[in-house]
Design a protein around this ligand. Structure first.
Ligand SMILES: [Zn+2]
Length: 267
């Protein structure tokens, strides 16, 4: 676990990771204009928050990060394993229809921000400062066990990146304190990680057939298997479900009205 750095600009609170040296950020709930169940920095359209509020939040986010998020590439998340190599042709504004499905984005285009969204799932940023390639990946458990990180590293390699040069940041997500599952998730992690998997989940005390899963640890182990150096991987220690005032949490909201945080990287 690594301490991420807390940043605040005009009320927008976001985290940065010590391993990533280009512009990037993991947002929190703080600093937006949305109200009620979406208070305040909601970055998700179509969940009941008026679109003009979401757009205003993007404006505030862009200013805080000094990144033009109105000309960016967005994940269209489907809990799959697709990773898209993005070019200038993918530039869009927040809320525009996304003509592809992809839970991971990779680029080597300077000034093209990559945006992924989470509310308990694991956000992962990858950056190769030597090859000048970046990735933003939405790692829910389904995408994780379908090896979306393996695909992301492979797509980065197609742009000249080597794993030993990759810096990684695994952001705020539901922790092993709160990510309770049935046997399906541990079984899928076994199939994905093999022997290493046993460090990533354990039986829940007093609940037969239920498990507590550390999805960030699983994704960290996978990155190490792929050749990323352990010292180049920062892992947030914060649980989104335990800190509902600071982060959006799907489980805390019980599937109801909630916003999304956003993870951004820009070469
Ligand atoms: Zn927790």
């Amino acid at each position: 676990m690594t301490d991420f750095i807390k940043n605040e600009k005009n009320g927008v609170v976001f985290l940065t990771a010590p391993t990533i040296t280009v512009r990037h950020g993991f947002t929190t709930r703080a600093g937006g204009v949305s109200g009620g169940n979406f208070a305040s920095l909601n970055l998700s359209y179509g969940r009941g928050d008026p679109a003009e509020n979401v757009t205003a939040n993007y404006r505030l986010l862009g200013r805080a990060l000094s990144i033009n998020v109105f000309s960016a590439a967005f994940t269209k998340q489907v809990h799959g394993a697709e990773v898209r190599i993005c070019t200038d042709a993918d530039r869009a504004a927040p809320g525009d229809p996304t003509p592809y499905e992809a839970d991971g984005l990779v680029t080597n285009v300077p000034g093209l921000p990559l945006l992924a969204f989470t509310a308990d799932c694991v956000p992962v940023l990858l950056h190769d400062p030597a090859a000048k390639v970046a990735a933003a990946v939405h790692c829910g458990w389904r995408s994780s066990v379908m090896d979306i990180l393996g695909t992301a590293v492979e797509k980065m390699a197609s742009l000249g990146s080597v794993p030993a040069d990759i810096r990684a940041a695994i952001g705020p997500a539901i922790g092993s304190c709160c990510f309770e599952t049935g046997a399906d998730v541990p079984e899928a992690i076994d199939a994905w990680l093999g022997r290493d998997a046993e460090k990533c989940y354990w039986p829940e005390a007093g609940a037969a057939g239920r498990f507590m899963v550390d999805l960030r640890a699983a994704n960290r182990l996978r990155l190490i298997c792929l050749g990323v150096m352990p010292e180049n991987i920062a892992v947030s220690s914060e649980c989104t479900r335990c800190a509902p005032d600071k982060y959006w949490s799907h489980r805390w909201a019980k599937g109801g009205e909630r916003g999304s945080q956003c993870t951004v990287i820009c070469l």
